[in-house]
Each structure stands twice: as structure tokens, then as C-alpha cells.
Design a protein. Structure first.
Length: 202
């Protein structure tokens, strides 16, 4: 039998420190009884909630665990993207991201297109960005996105015409006063007659 070098034998005999032991147990738990648990990290010690490996494993099970991470990890782009793009509806976890990441177009794009939610938690700057909103709609974002834009854009007639040209179903979520605008209604009708109610068609 091959003998271990003295330094390796000593290293192998060293007991795990408390954090390493807790981390190992936590990772095993996240693969076992707490797999998919949305509150797996809720009551864990701060040190575990500040560990990136644990964070990604917990989010793999359920994106809601992002809420319980340390401030440092909620400012980590990789971790945030993993959370907000986890599943339909997970985009809402953008609420718990740092201010910097709520102003990051990559993170917001994943929240809106993969997580199908969360635009309301994006920064004001992003919610005013006409080009970015247009890109999201072109990429297949839900039309409810329009309701979460900066309120000034909901009265921007030219921009609404532009968004309806991209996706006629936007017509159904814009303010009623705008839906009765003749040019807006005609634009929506020309793209898809079914989105315009009969009383407005007349």
C-alpha cells in the first residue's frame, strides 16, 4: 500500500473548520430535502448567504432564494441573471437586485424575456428607454410591459404608434384615451383587425 507523504497525511487528518462543515452540509441539503425550497436560505447564517456556490445551488432549486442572499451577492450579475431567468414569473425577483443591476440592460432583458416579469422593478432610466423597450417587444416580451413603462410614455402618441406597429396586441393594454385615437386604432387594425373592438372600428 502506497504511503502518503507526511504533509499529506497531516492535511488529511485536519478536521474541517466550522464554515466548511456548514457549507458542505448546506450543499447536501440543497441537493436533498431542501431541493426546490423557495425559503431554503431564509434562516441561514449570514456567512452561508454570502457564499456564491451556495447561492447558485439554492437558486437552481428556486429563484426566490435570491431574496435572502447577502447584499454583495444581490449585486453579482451572474447570480442575479440565474435568479431572474429561472422560470416564468421569476423576473419579479429583480426587485431584490442591487440598484446597479436594476439598471443593467442584460439583467433586465433576462428578467423580461426569460423570467416574463419584473420590468416594473427596472430603473427609471430603463423604463424610459424607448429603444430598449422596442427591442424587448421585438424579441417577444409580454405586452403588459407597456404598463410598467415610465408613465410619460403612456401618453407619447408617436411612441405608442411605434410599439403597436411592432406588436398590435399592445393596443389592448394602452390607456383607453389612446385606444380611441383614430390613427392608433387604424394602425392596430391594419396589423391585426381582431385587437380592435367593434365599437371603435365603427
Amino acid at each position: 500500500m502506497e504511503k502518503l507523504p507526511k504533509d499529506r497525511k497531516e492535511a488529511s487528518a485536519q478536521p474541517e473548520d466550522e464554515f466548511t462543515s456548514e457549507k458542505r452540509f448546506m450543499l447536501e441539503t440543497l441537493d436533498g430535502r431542501d431541493k426546490g425550497n423557495p425559503d431554503a436560505l431564509r434562516y441561514q447564517p449570514a456567512a452561508l448567504r454570502d457564499d456564491k456556490e451556495i447561492a447558485l445551488k439554492a437558486i437552481e432549486g428556486h429563484g426566490r432564494n435570491f431574496e435572502y442572499l447577502s447584499e454583495r451577492l444581490r449585486d453579482d450579475k451572474e447570480v442575479a441573471i440565474a435568479a431572474v431567468g429561472k422560470a416564468r414569473g421569476a423576473g419579479a425577483y429583480l426587485e431584490y437586485a442591487s440598484e446597479k443591476l436594476r439598471n443593467d440592460r442584460d439583467v433586465v432583458r433576462v428578467a423580461v424575456l426569460d423570467g416574463r416579469d419584473g420590468f416594473r422593478y427596472a430603473s427609471t432610466e430603463i423604463r424610459k428607454d424607448k429603444e430598449f423597450i422596442s427591442d424587448l417587444l421585438s424579441a417577444g416580451a409580454e405586452t403588459d410591459l407597456i404598463l410598467d413603462m415610465d408613465s410619460e410614455l403612456l401618453s407619447d402618441r408617436l411612441f405608442l404608434l411605434h410599439t403597436i406597429a411592432i406588436n398590435p396586441f399592445v393596443y389592448g393594454v394602452i390607456p383607453k384615451a389612446m385606444r380611441t385615437d383614430k390613427e392608433i386604432a387604424e394602425t392596430a387594425f391594419n396589423r391585426n383587425p381582431d385587437v380592435v373592438p367593434e365599437d371603435i372600428k365603427k
